[in-house]
Design a protein around this ligand. Sequence first.
Ligand SMILES: *[C@@H]1O[C@H](CO)[C@@H](O)[C@H](O)[C@H]1NC(C)=O
Ligand SMILES: *[C@@H]1O[C@H](CO)[C@@H](O)[C@H](O)[C@H]1NC(C)=O
Ligand SMILES: *[C@@H]1O[C@H](CO)[C@@H](O)[C@H](O)[C@H]1NC(C)=O
Length: 215
Amino acid sequence: MQSDARCGSPLPPLAALAGVLLLILLQLAAHGYAVSPPPGSVKIVGSTYNGDGCPNGSTVIVVSEDAQALTVMFSNFTASTDPPISNQRKQCTVGVKLSYPQGFTFSLGDIILRGYAKLDAGVKGVARTTYYIAGLTGTGKATGPLEGPMDDNFEVPSNFVSPAISQCNTTRDLNINSEVRVVPGRFVPKRSGLITVDSTDLKLTQIFSFSWQAC
Ligand SMILES: *[C@@H]1O[C@H](CO)[C@@H](O)[C@H](O)[C@H]1NC(C)=O
Ligand SMILES: *[C@@H]1O[C@H](CO)[C@@H](O)[C@H](O)[C@H]1NC(C)=O
Ligand SMILES: *[C@@H]1O[C@H](CO)[C@@H](O)[C@H](O)[C@H]1NC(C)=O
């Protein structure tokens, strides 16, 4: 028969190799390797936000269909050198209750922060985000520094150092603290700075990437 004569290369070794590869993949999956919950299975079942950077009605939180990203959009998060001095620092605390299938843990890996900054030369801006998972130790912290002169939309990627990882099969609130600050420096005459929502989509946006593991 034709199939018995394939270049003299016997099939069993190939099949064995495939079997070994499959075994390795299964082992990796079983030992906390990256495996995501199925599309559409990660949902936000509750959320809260408060702080002077996120007045009532100004914040929207969504999880992507593919379960890879959590996006927080603020439409009224503005820090500026305009008086009063409390305008120089604005903050917001977001609480998210997620629902997702059993057998997974997550942490937040990277964050991209998008917004708009208008800073005079020497004026600095800081966007800082931390997160923690209720009842667990460990927080993730990411900082995006900006420096004047600038007058443009920005997109600052950062990643979380020592991120908290959720517990297996136990869902707890995810808490995200964000702060946006302008540091005017000691210039005479005074210089000005502003960090606010992106001028194209009118939102200060944080895009967090989920890092899922099987547990
Ligand atoms: C937020 O606004 C909604 C309606 O606009 C209102 O029902 C709700 O009580 C407000 N919440 C707070 C904390 O002010
Ligand atoms: C932003 O929030 C402040 C304080 O709640 C409010 O006075 C202002 O109208 C809001 N601005 C926009 C664009 O929603
Ligand atoms: C988590 O739940 C999954 C599915 O119910 C189960 O297979 C797994 O053993 C559980 N793991 C732990 C550590 O409880």
